[in-house]
Structure formats: C-alpha cells, structure tokens
Design a protein around this ligand. Structure first.
Ligand SMILES: C[S@@+](CC[C@H](N)C(=O)[O-])C[C@H]1O[C@@H](n2cnc3c(N)ncnc32)[C@H](O)[C@@H]1O
Length: 354
C-alpha cells in the first residue's frame, strides 16, 4: 500500500492471552491485527490444540500460580503490551454450577491476573467471564486492584454473543480497563450496538445429513455420536425445529423427568430451532442429556463440527483430544466472532482488518 512520507509506520500491537484454552481469543486477536506474544493455560490437551493453530506464540502450559511474572516478561523482551486478555475459569461464578462455593480456589485465579498486570503493564486489560462474577467479592477486588494500578475501568457489561452475529445466545460479563479513558468510553459506547443475527440454519450451511453413529467422509469433526435405541426413539418423538421433551408420550419419558421434577432441566433432549440462535453451548454440547443440544431435525445430538460452527470456529481450526475433550474445548471457548468484534473496538480503527 502507498504511504505518504509523513504517515508514521504503525507498529503491530502486541497481546497476551491468559487462560487461552484452545486459542479462539488468540485467533480473534490475530484476525484484527494484534500479534499474540504469549499465551497460558494449564490444560495439556487444549495446549496441543493451541500450539497447532498458533505455533508462533510463546505458550506456557502451566498453572498460572506457578508462573513467575518475570518469566513472562523475559519473553516479551521489553516490547510494550497493548492488550492483556483474561478469561479465567467461569465455573465458580456460573449459575449452572449448582454447587457454587465462594471458597472455590478457582475463583481466586482471576486475581492472579493482577500480579501479571503489575509486571507486564498492558495498555488495555480485557476480562471475560459469566454474569455471576458481577456480584462476587472477586469482581470488587479485581476492579479495586485495577484502579490502584492507574487504570480507568468500565462498568461491567453484560453482552449477548447473539447480538454480535454469533449464532448462539451466550451472555457474558465483559470488563475493559485502560490507561486511556477514551478507549474505555469507546468500548462501552460501541459494544452494545447490535449486529445482524446469524441463525442455526446459517451456521450449519453445507454440512451433510447424518444419522446417529454416522460420520462425514471428509470432515473428521462432523460425526454423530451413537445413541441408545431408547434415546433415538425419544428424539424421534420430539417435534422438529425447537421441540422439547415435554412433548414426549408417557412411555418415553425419563423416570427422573416425569416424577416430581418435571420442570427440572427443561432443555434436556430439546432440539435447536433452525431460524433462531442456539442455546449457550457448554462442555457437554454434543450430549442431548446435558441441554438443548439435539439437531433441529435429525434424530441425534449435534456433531462437534456443528458445535464448533456455533462457536464461530473456522472449519480449518484443528482440534486435538478425544470426543469429550474436544467438546470441552469448544464449549469453554469465547466465540471467536464475539471476541473479534470487541477487539475491533479496542484496537485503533485504522489497524483493524477483521
Ligand atoms: C473459560 S476457559 C478459557 C477459554 C479460552 N479463553 C477460550 O476462548 O477457549 C478457562 C481456561 O482456564 C484454564 N485454567 C483453569 N485453571 C487454570 C490454572 N490454574 N492456570 C492456568 N489455566 C487454568 C482452563 O484449562 C481453561 O482452558
């Protein structure tokens, strides 16, 4: 591209991805023009996926509590970090965690980020978690810690991924802290502007039809898990396109569902709707007994490919691990599109290529 002599050459902004999982946040950062200098996660299988897709990034497969901040800083060789992404485990704050415990040691992992922030001194800190974090002590400690370090901190924003063109309802807590108040203001002003919706139908376009137990001949992630005969009978009796287990005739109802708890887990065995967004994917996203994870019209749970599409992973993204390990990586991820839309706001608009 032609550049006039007065135009300064823009340095590529640098980012660090804490609790990176399989790397969708890093992929989003790279897509909008960041260079990811380092990433960290404790999970060895997610680490394998991460390294296959982001071989150029310095990856620390470790418990964050064991990482000396200087070790990280040494890898950054004095280059200023523009953005630190922090997606600590959300289970301690999740409404789906029925055994929520304030003393869960995982809730303190988020505060480890403050130790890293002290050393790395990023211009922007981007924090993603579940809405339950807002009312926790940890959130208060985090915001206080950021302010003490000279950051302007946004009010916690509750954002639905579906409003950022992700084909999934996924409400998340987002917090942005920056040394520059105008970046915080820009984020808050722009992140809530809804974008065009993407439906399940649009997300699944081009994927082959499968029966339970079938595999697509080309796409290794597009296979339908085998179901027991009774499960297939139940699925066949659930109305296509958004039906629920409440439609099951008595002889097909699960005993645990038909007794006292008829309202418990209403989504279990439910089908997704073609022209709506999918429900929030979890680590059990390809198991019909763990949520509304049945295909809109085929009698089976969604495949890992369909789950990955609902999380906006591109088809070329490589995954490692067995079926449940891949489902966990997909279900844990921040949808790439959601993260990308936010990073586009945070990066200087001229640099964004997304
Ligand atoms: C919500 S997921 C992160 C999702 C990730 N950003 C993505 O988009 O895929 C939380 C991650 O924290 C990691 N984790 C849990 N405990 C950890 C610890 N003590 N140290 C480092 N990573 C940890 C998990 O392995 C998991 O990948």
């Amino acid at each position: 591209m032609y550049r006039t002599p007065q135009e300064p050459v823009k340095a590529t902004p640098l980012a660090v991805d804490l609790f990176s999982g399989s790397g969708s946040v890093s992929a989003a950062l790279k897509a909008v023009g960041f260079r990811v200098a380092a990433a960290l996660d404790i999970d060895p299988v997610a680490a394998q996926t991460y390294k296959a897709n982001h071989p150029e990034v310095e990856f620390f497969q470790t418990d964050i509590r064991d990482l000396a901040a200087e070790t990280l800083c040494n890898k950054l060789v004095g280059t200023p970090v523009q953005l630190l992404a922090v997606c600590a485990p959300c289970q301690p704050f999740s409404s789906q965690n029925r055994k929520r415990d304030n003393n869960d040691s995982r809730s303190m992992l988020l505060l480890e980020a403050l130790r890293i922030i002290n050393a790395v001194d990023p211009e922007i800190v981007w924090i993603e978690n579940v809405p339950g974090l807002v009312n926790s002590d940890v959130s208060g400690q985090l915001i206080k810690g950021l302010k003490e370090r000279g950051y302007h901190v946004s009010k916690p924003q509750k954002i639905d991924a579906a409003n950022l063109s992700v084909p999934q309802r996924r409400i998340r807590f987002m917090l942005v802290a920056s040394k520059d108040q105008s970046i915080v203001d820009r984020f808050v002003a722009k992140v809530t502007i809804p974008k065009e919706r993407t439906s399940v139908r649009q997300a699944f376009v081009g994927l082959s039809e499968l029966k339970a137990g079938d595999r697509d001949l080309i796409d290794p992630l597009h296979f339908a898990r085998q179901h027991a005969e009774i499960t297939i009978k139940r699925l066949a009796a659930i109305p296509k396109n958004g039906g629920s287990r409440s439609a099951l005739p008595e002889h097909l109802q699960l005993r645990c569902h038909s007794r006292l708890h008829s309202n418990s887990f209403p989504d279990v065995y439910g089908r997704m709707s073609w022209d709506s967004v999918a429900p929030t994917l979890t680590t059990g996203c390809s198991d019909v007994t763990r949520g509304r994870f049945a295909h809109p019209e085929q009698d089976r749970a969604i495949s890992l490919r369909e789950a990955a599409r609902l999380q906006t992973f591109p088809d070329h993204y490589e995954f490692f691990g067995n079926h449940s390990q891949i489902a966990a990586q997909i279900g844990n991820a921040v949808p790439m599109k959601m993260a990308g839309e936010m990073f586009k706001i945070l990066i200087s608009p001229e640099t964004a290529e997304w």
